[in-house]
Design a protein around this ligand. Sequence first.
Ligand code: FMN
Length: 316
Amino acid sequence: MLIMNRVTKLLKIQYPIIQGAMQEVATADLAASVSNGGGLGIIAAGGKTAEEVREQIKKAQSITDKPFGVNLMLMAKNVPEIVKVIIDEHVPVVTTGAGTPKNYMPDLKAAGIKVIPVIPNVKIAKKMEEMGADAVIAEGMEGGGHIGDTTSIVLWPQIADAINIPLIAAGGIADGRGVVNAFVSGAEGVQCGTIFSIAKESPVGDNWRNAVISANDTSTVVVGKTIRDASRAIKNSMTDHLAELEDRKVSRDEFNDAMNSGLQKAVSQDDASDGVIFSGEVAGLISSSKSAAEIVTDLVSNANKILDNLPKAVTN
Ligand SMILES: Cc1cc2nc3c(=O)[nH]c(=O)nc-3n(C[C@H](O)[C@H](O)[C@H](O)COP(=O)(O)O)c2cc1C
């Protein structure tokens, strides 16, 4: 059922399944493995120098000849240098988060790069369409990492009604049911983060993996909302500390620095209590770590099974 559509044609991929950018986690190995599995892998540029991004791109190109993308965290100061690297290295797709890609859109488009902003609401989706975005990724507040205010189930259909470019749905998808929900809501592709964070090719350690696998429906918490930096992670002593910083009304930069170093600690030291494990509420649905390619094919085949059985489920 999920075969060729506008998203697979736009991105030149087999399945409309995208691995969301994940700062510190979405490395060349993970992204290239997702692309080899028929989806679109994304390298996260957040927290990296332009030269580190170039190395990651070259590494991914050595693992796959399939398309993959790079995500720009627009809050970062070195975005102009990273954009140059992306253009130099002929990366075909860029996703953007945490700001407007306006200043970079002309150069990226002139280089033939597909630009797909991650957006949290209808107003910004429309703005991105007017600005020339090729598609948007609408992410509900169930998702892991930086989030907006609206839940996926009400966000996706409202975005689908408001724009003509393709909608890619994100936030809360980790199995075939989530994929079908997204398509029923008007999406033509899905982006998943949390489930790929514990793929076999992900750099996270056993403590991170176990934290996701043992999570239930209420294991995550949102911190930073009152300082315009709302982010979802698995509740632990580090998210308690971030909540204290927020209560003390530290600046957004100070909060963000603490969160980013916590994320780095969670990945590089596998510290699951004093590190930040960005994860979505969907962690409660995830019970094992699989290879990236297996995640992609399971999402597609389970969605197809559900669609095949839907008439029976509705009439019985
Ligand atoms: C560990 C982690 C790090 C993330 N870092 C980024 C990032 O650097 N840039 C970005 O645009 N989104 C980031 N996200 C969001 C994901 O790309 C994706 O949109 C989100 O995880 C989807 O929701 P889900 O977690 O319910 O699958 C991150 C998510 C996670 C879990």
